[in-house]
Design a protein around this ligand. Structure first.
Ligand code: 2HA
Ligand code: ZN
Length: 273
């Protein structure tokens, strides 16, 4: 892979992982990103089609065989990726039997994809069924959102409506709401399945006391979704520190007006009509 390190894709991931770190949402080795690339996008960099290594993975989706993913490495620190992209990122292609990935570029010190890669692949596959443009899965640990999972009921409708009412932008950015799974051990097939099931309806899923798992058709879209959700959680937190005595808020009727004006469909049954 000739000059892939200079590609737009590597630059995008290096920049966004740095941003995520700067926000304080990816301490230590927290967080992971995967970015689906097409054969055509990879082609200009393919001097030889040499596979550097074959890496076993716990599980992948059959439909994704042959697909390329630029993915963050297991154990790698987001704050380092911008300086060491060729070490901390890898470009992999899902191998024929789905039990391996072929490393095409990166992980040059022997690294492997994130431990959440099977969960990412299940997520990509599920979102691709909703939207063919789906290409990014992003997981991180947004502080205010995680804090809310200690104090708020983990009920999707209630949680979503709280965040919708914290700022006008929320409903427009995540009209379908936010999915929530129970607390689960990360890096397992079980959390991957539970998350993928939620991604059938929602573009983001809260992992209580852990973080968020979000999807999008671009790095900007996935990041923008997380940013908007976290901003709403931050406003909620600020409202609580001001005493929590809400004197006025956005009503359900106003949210319906907003949805009509922006041409989005709120999650059915969440708003009073
Ligand atoms: O990759 O954030 O959930 C480290 C994590 C696991
Ligand atoms: Zn995590």
């Amino acid at each position: 892979m000739n000059r892939f390190v200079d590609s737009l894709y590597v630059r995008e991931v290096a920049k966004i992982t740095d941003k995520l770190y700067q926000h304080g949402w990816d301490e230590r080795n927290g967080g992971n990103v995967s970015y689906r690339l097409t054969k055509e996008e990879v082609k200009p960099y393919e001097d030889t089609c040499e596979v550097l290594r074959r890496i076993p993975i716990a599980c992948s989706e059959e439909q994704l065989v042959g697909t390329y993913f630029l993915v963050t490495g297991t154990g790698r620190y987001f704050r380092n990726i911008i300086d060491f992209p060729e070490r901390d990122l890898g470009l992999v292609r899902i191998a024929e039997n789905g039990k391996y990935v072929d490393l095409m570029w990166g992980f040059n010190d022997g690294g492997r994809p994130t431990s959440e890669f099977p969960t990412h692949l299940m997520g990509h596959q599920t979102r691709l069924k909703q939207n063919k443009a789906q290409r990014v899965i992003m997981h991180c640990h947004p502080t205010h959102l995680i804090a809310m999972t200690f104090t708020q009921p983990l009920d999707e409708k209630t949680f979503t409506k709280t965040l919708w009412k914290m700022q006008t932008e929320s409903l427009v950015v995540f009209p379908e709401g936010i999915g929530i799974i129970p607390w689960m051990v990360p890096g397992t097939i079980a959390i991957g399945q539970a998350t993928a099931q939620k991604l059938e309806q929602f573009s983001s899923v809260i992992w209580p006391q852990h973080g968020i798992f979000a999807s999008g058709s671009s790095i900007d879209e996935a990041f923008g979704l997380i940013e908007t959700i976290e901003k709403a959680a931050q406003i909620w937190t600020t409202v609580q520190t001001q005493g929590g005595n809400i004197k006025q808020t956005i009503t359900d009727r106003e949210l319906n007006d907003l949805a009509r004006a922006f041409g989005v469909t709120p999650h059915p049954g969440y708003l009073e009509v």
